[in-house]
Design a protein around this ligand. Structure first.
Ligand code: CS2
Ligand code: MG
Length: 403
């Protein structure tokens, strides 16, 4: 089953997505998500220049060998660009294997361990009332878990807030990032009042999550976790810059609020200390950004050994292919925790047709062979790439601050 084609599709139906398309000599086509938000064209170039030519002529059935060839065979290994490219190859090959054998990928992973995948939605608002109304609308639609963010009153802008009904929050267009002001004190003072209001008005009958976007020091994170304990959070996410795994030892000493991290990780090595020392409760590595189904499955197995559950990244910058790939893994692993699901803006649905669907707080996968996402290339061509950047943060004195 030789690979005869490997092509990259870059499109912007609502936001930028990069898709790898692999074709075999028998005409089977597999798709992988190669989207890396704000760095889309780097992965596009890495694939076109360094990966696609090496795939031609290889046996598409040998997913493990191709993975090792691309990872171990590279002197400059690891990092988000390389691992997103490898992840796209891996998912496209699983898609091909499923289609060739006529089964959904989760069957190849041992079959379903649950009926559906519990997701959390993104509620936010310009103030507490707006954020709670948004959260209530998720609960009315059957969601059992909601991430809650609101604008910090003392700041002009706060990352992670939706800009209008039916929208997700999108990076601004333009040739350079928007610069926002960050103030940790204002954030730490405000957040407990948001979560207190959420529990007072919406009760305790749902999972409440929050994302800190890597802005705190370990001791600040400890203080935040402790201040949120009465509201029984499902997790606080990305409390500190993620590359400092040892920082979580300090956070753990100060709070029993569960911790989640890992959406920016690329490999199992990025989570080794965190998992091995049980410093987090949920590992958020995502299929597209950490080497695909093959590698993230290994991370999840490693996590299971230490009682750490999964909680994969599923923001809108992960394409429907990446979300679908995550769902196959979520459905099959023993230690599934929760799956983030932000949804996709119109007109993404013109380009990507998915077999997964929402029902009563869950995403359900059908029995379509492979990953279960179709790509309309003519529709993709109607939406050319638009440069977009995530914002950056400065403190009030002009210092750059962490993501
Ligand atoms: C966030 C994302 O969904 C999340 O948890 O952290 O919005 C993240 O900022 C983007 O995916 C970055 O690409
Ligand atoms: Mg996050």
């Amino acid at each position: 089953m030789k690979i005869v084609g490997a092509d990259v599709i870059v499109t912007c139906p609502g936001r930028n997505y990069v898709t790898l398309k692999i074709t075999t000599e028998d005409g089977v086509v597999g798709y992988g998500d190669a989207t890396l938000n704000g760095r889309e064209l780097s992965v596009d170039a890495y694939l076109r220049e360094h990966v696609c030519p090496l795939l031609i002529g290889r046996d598409a059935r040998r997913i493990n060998d191709i993975w090792q060839y691309l990872y171990r065979g590279a002197y400059w290994r690891g990092g988000p660009v390389t691992m997103t490219a490898i992840g796209a190859v891996d998912v496209a090959l699983w898609d091909i294997k499923g289609k060739a054998l006529g089964v959904p990928v989760y069957e190849l992973l041992g079959g379903q361990a649950r009926d559906g995948v519990t997701i959390y939605g993104h509620a936010s608002g310009a103030d507490i009332d707006e954020a709670l109304a948004d959260a209530a609308s998720f609960l009315e639609r059957g969601y059992r878990a909601v991430r809650l963010q609101a604008k910090i009153p003392a700041l002009d802008a706060t990352y992670g807030i939706r800009t209008g009904p039916g929208l997700t929050y999108e990076p601004a267009t333009g040739d350079r990032p928007v610069e926002e002001v960050w103030d940790t004190g204002a954030y730490l003072d405000f957040l407990p009042s948001l979560m207190a209001a959420a529990r007072e008005q919406l009760g305790y009958g749902f999972h409440l999550l929050h994302d800190c976007h890597h802005r705190l020091t370990p001791i600040e994170a400890g203080r935040l976790g402790e201040s949120l304990e009465p509201y029984r959070m499902f997790w606080i996410e990305d409390a500190t810059p993620a590359e400092d795994q040892a920082a979580f030892r300090l956070i753990r000493q100060h709070t029993v609020t569960p911790l989640a991290v890992g959406e920016i990780f690329s490999t199992i090595w990025d989570c080794q200390v965190l998992i091995g020392e049980r410093l987090v409760d949920y590992i958020r590595t995502s299929v597209p950004h950490a080497g695909g189904i093959s590698h993230v499955r290994r991370i999840f197995d490693h996590a299971d050994l230490y009682g750490v559950r999964t909680g994969s990244h599923g923001a809108g910058d992960i394409s429907p292919i990446g979300i679908a790939a995550a769902l196959h893994l979520d459905l099959s692993v023993p230690n599934f925790g929760i799956q983030e699901y932000m949804g996709h803006l119109d007109p993404a649905g013109e380009v990507f047709t998915t077999s997964y669907r929402y029902e009563d707080g869950l995403l359900l996968l059908g029995d379509e062979p492979g990953i279960g996402v179709q790509v309309d290339e003519a529709a993709a061509a109607r939406y050319p790439y638009i440069p977009r950047y995530l914002p950056v943060n400065r403190l009030r004195d002009g210092s750059m601050h962490d993501w």
